[in-house]
Design a protein around this ligand. Structure first.
Ligand SMILES: CC(C)(COP(=O)(O)OP(=O)(O)OC[C@H]1O[C@@H](n2cnc3c(N)ncnc32)[C@H](O)[C@@H]1OP(=O)(O)O)[C@@H](O)C(=O)NCCC(=O)NCCS
Length: 211
């Protein structure tokens, strides 16, 4: 389902029951057990630490102050049950989270979801983001959303590469829409039409190839 793209990189095959299987070529530490699981209360402190790393040490999260556990819980709970947040577990440890959020209030936006993804810093750059993005896109499609959106701070090259290589199309660029410290931040918006033919999931394998 997901092609890691570059020779020499691992390829993850995420599936909707929450597990993913990395195929490795030896460049990276093997992941024996990777899975996405709905966020549990006990995950929240670790997820807040991951998110706050990017609040405090980068421009990639738009909060200017760290969130506490209550704030993190609010970020990861949703009124619409089609939206959801998943903890990324790698070999039993929390490696990040990925979520589908409501885009804006207004029932005309009901078929739109906005995706977000944060990995623990020591887990970034190992193709886990590619697996998580594929998982949450699959999830959003299975929930019946029509559009998935992603907002990335200009200059976040990893997130921009990930969006582009996951089939998202850049559809907007807000200039100086955020401010952290003494810097104005631009925000780049990406969109994926989930039920358009060009991003439809591949057809099932013919029966003769199964078994
Ligand atoms: C953005 C993020 C989710 C990407 O996940 P990742 O596991 O690091 O990314 P991957 O290893 O799957 O690589 C995805 C693409 O980004 C590229 N990339 C990864 N790290 C990069 C870096 N530091 N600089 C430039 N490109 C980078 C990869 O080469 C790959 O592109 P390719 O398909 O052309 O090879 C992760 O780095 C992260 O959590 N960053 C901090 C939080 C954040 O910015 N979230 C996005 C806003 S919601």
């Amino acid at each position: 389902m997901v092609d890691g793209g570059q020779p020499g990189n691992p390829v993850f095959t995420p599936v909707l029951d929450g597990r993913f299987t990395p195929i490795l070529d030896g460049r990276f530490t093997p992941i024996l057990d990777g899975r996405f699981t709905p966020v549990l209360d006990e995950h929240v402190p670790a997820l807040a630490r991951i998110y706050n790393h990017y609040v405090e040490h980068s421009d990639w999260a738009f909060n200017t102050d760290p969130v506490d556990e209550a704030g993190m819980r609010r970020r990861l709970r949703f009124d619409d049950p089609r939206n959801a947040a998943f903890t990324i577990l790698v070999d039993g440890t929390i490696a990040g989270f990925v979520a589908a959020h409501a885009f804006r209030p207004g029932t005309a936006y009901d078929q739109t979801t906005e995706l977000s993804l944060y990995l623990a810093p020591d887990r970034a750059g190992h193709r886990l983001g590619t697996a998580a993005k594929a998982f949450i896109v699959d999830y959003a499609r299975h929930q019946g959303f029509h559009v998935a959106l992603g907002a990335v701070v200009a200059g976040n090259t990893a997130a921009i590469a990930l969006a582009t290589h996951s089939g998202f199309v850049q559809i907007g660029h807000f200039r100086e829409i955020g401010r952290k410290g003494d810097r104005w931040l631009d925000l780049v918006w990406f969109e994926l039409l989930l039920d358009s033919p060009e991003c439809a999931p591949p057809p099932p394998e013919p029966r003769s190839k199964l078994s």
